[in-house]
Ligand binder design. Structure first.
Ligand SMILES: [Fe+2]
Length: 170
């Protein structure tokens, strides 16, 4: 496929994010299991359900375009998930590991926010109105997930992580 039109770029980017979402469906249960904070576990579990919905929305967009729902290897998400796995293999203080999981998950969200923001704009320019609506719904869920992670980090996890190892924890 050559990038000779915005339509071909739109399709390439859809395939990329489709593979990214499918990788996340595999990774999020492991992240939920690795999280110590019940709130963080819940956030990962909730986002897993949303992520499955993101896959379905992308499949609807492919269908509307008359294209097969097929992913294209998303090396960016592979790398981000690989870094998440490294964190999960570390021993350490629970709050510090949670803080690291939040940082890894926020990298994932920002990556997806960038992808969906571009896709939404391309869909608008190409006049794919259904796709615009579907992409916007997913984009808002990614943004909400990112904000939720910030709230959990700022709520207690980061402060607990700061106290860990300093003898200040109770
Ligand atoms: Fe997603």
């Amino acid at each position: 496929m050559s990038l000779d039109s915005l339509q071909s770029l739109f399709l390439e980017e859809l395939k990329d994010v489709y593979h990214a979402e499918k990788q996340l469906v595999q990774a999020l249960p492991r992240m939920a299991k690795a999280a110590g904070s019940p709130e963080l576990q819940q956030a990962f579990t909730n986002h897993l359900a949303e992520t499955k919905g993101h896959v379905v929305r992308l499949e609807r967009i492919f269908k509307d375009l008359g294209e097969a729902a097929r992913g294209k290897r998303c090396k960016g998400m592979e790398g981000l998930i690989e870094e998440g796995k490294e964190i999960m293999q570390e021993d350490g203080e629970e709050a510090v590991i949670d803080a690291a999981l939040i940082a890894a998950a926020q990298r994932v969200e920002h990556y997806e926010i960038a992808a969906y923001g571009c896709l939404r704009t391309y869909a608008q320019l190409l006049g794919h109105q259904n796709a615009v609506g579907l992409l916007e719904q997913t984009l808002s869920e990614e943004e909400a997930a990112d904000e939720k992670l910030t709230a959990i980090g700022e709520g207690s996890v980061n402060a607990d992580a700061a106290a860990a190892g300093s003898g200040a924890e109770d």
